[in-house]
Design a binder for this molecule. Structure first.
Ligand code: NAP
Length: 255
C-alpha cells in the first residue's frame, strides 16, 4: 500500500494498546493509510502479530513493550522509536494515539485506593507520559494527537468512578494540549467510544449485550474498526482544522 498517494505516507504513527481490540484496529487502519506504525503494548511479544500485519500494509512497522504509566521508561521508548524508525522525514512520531486503557470496576465503598490509582496511572498519566515525550517531535512535524477517552468520561457511570475520572481527565488533558500546541500546528482531539466489542466488554453476557444494543439507536455494539475510522479521519488530511474536540462514536447511545 505504501504509495505516495496514501494519506499518511511518510508519517510515523505511535499507537499505544495496539496488541488487540480498538488499538489493533487503529494501528492496522493507519498502516493501511500509509503510516509506518509503532505498535506499543505491555510487552513487545503482545504487540508483535499486529506489528507484522501493519508491516504487510506499510513496511517498517515495529512492536514495542512498555508500561505506559512508567514516565522514565516511556521517555526512553519514544527516543528509541524516533531513532530506530526512519520515515525519511523529520524524526517522528507525527501521529500519537493514546489508546492503552484498563478498567478496575467496583462500587465506591469497595473500591481500593490501589485500584483508583492504577486506573488513573494507566489511562490518564500514561497519555500524559507519551504526550510529554513526543511534544518536541509533534511540534516539529505539526503533528496530531488522538486520545481515546469514553462516553463515561462525559456521563459518569456507577461502579466506574476511577475509570470515568480517568476518561474525564483525558478530555481536560486534550483541551489543554490543543490550546498549548496550536501555535505549533499540532491538533489534539479525543474520541469517546460507546460500547465496542473487545476483550474489555467480553464479560458481558448475551442478555446484557442485547439490553445494551436495545438502548443504542444504531441497534448494535460498535466494532473496533468504527473507532479506527474516526482516528484515521482526525489524523489525516480531513482533520487539519479540527482541534480540542471530543468526537463521540457510540451509535447514538448518548443522544
Ligand atoms: P482491551 O481490548 O482491553 O486492550 C487494552 C490494550 O491496552 C491492550 O493492548 C493492552 O496491552 C494495553 N494496555 C493495558 N495496560 C497497559 C499498560 N499499563 N501499558 C501498556 N499497554 C497497556 O481494550 P479496548 O476495549 O480495545 O479499549 C481500548 C481503549 O478504548 C481503552 O482506553 C478503553 O478505555 C477505551 N474504550 C473502550 C471501550 C469499549 O467498549 N471497549 C469503550 C470506551 C472506551 P496488552 O495486550 O499487552 O495487555
Amino acid at each position: 500500500m505504501n504509495s505516495t498517494s496514501s494519506p499518511l505516507s511518510g508519517q510515523l504513527a505511535l499507537v499505544t494498546g495496539a496488541s488487540r481490540g480498538i488499538g489493533a484496529a487503529i494501528a492496522l487502519r493507519l498502516a493501511a493509510d500509509g503510516a509506518q506504525v509503532a505498535c506499543v503494548a505491555t510487552s513487545k511479544e503482545n504487540a508483535q502479530s499486529v506489528a507484522d500485519a501493519c508491516a504487510a500494509l506499510t513496511p517498517g512497522a515495529r512492536a514495542f513493550g512498555v508500561d505506559v504509566s512508567d514516565t522514565a521508561a516511556v521517555a526512553e521508548l519514544v527516543k528509541e522509536i524516533a531513532s530506530s524508525m526512519d520515515v525519511g522525514q523529520p524524526a517522528g512520531p507525527h501521529i500519537l494515539v493514546n489508546n492503552a486503557g484498563i478498567t478496575r470496576d467496583q462500587i465506591l465503598m469497595r473500591m481500593s485506593e490501589e485500584d483508583f490509582d492504577r486506573v488513573l496511572d494507566v489511562n490518564l498519566k500514561g497519555a500524559w507520559n507519551f504526550i510529554k515525550a513526543c511534544t518536541r517531535a509533534l511540534m516539529k512535524n505539526g503533528g496530531r494527537v488522538v486520545n481515546i477517552t469514553s462516553v463515561v468520561g462525559i456521563t459518569g457511570n456507577a461502579g466506574q468512578a476511577n475509570y470515568a475520572a480517568s476518561k474525564a481527565g483525558l478530555i481536560g488533558l486534550t483541551l489543554s494540549v490543543a490550546k498549548e500546541l496550536a501555535s505549533r500546528g499540532v491538533c489534539a482531539n479525543a474520541i469517546a467510544p460507546g460500547f465496542i466489542e473487545t476483550d474489555m466488554t467480553a464479560s458481558l453476557d448475551d442478555k446484557a449485550r442485547s439490553e445494551l444494543a436495545a438502548g443504542i439507536p444504531l441497534a448494535r455494539m460498535g466494532a473496533p474498526e468504527d473507532i479506527a475510522g474516526a482516528v484515521a479521519y482526525l489524523a489525516g488530511p480531513g482533520g487539519a482544522y479540527i482541534t480540542g474536540q471530543t468526537l463521540v462514536v457510540d451509535g447514538g447511545l448518548s443522544v
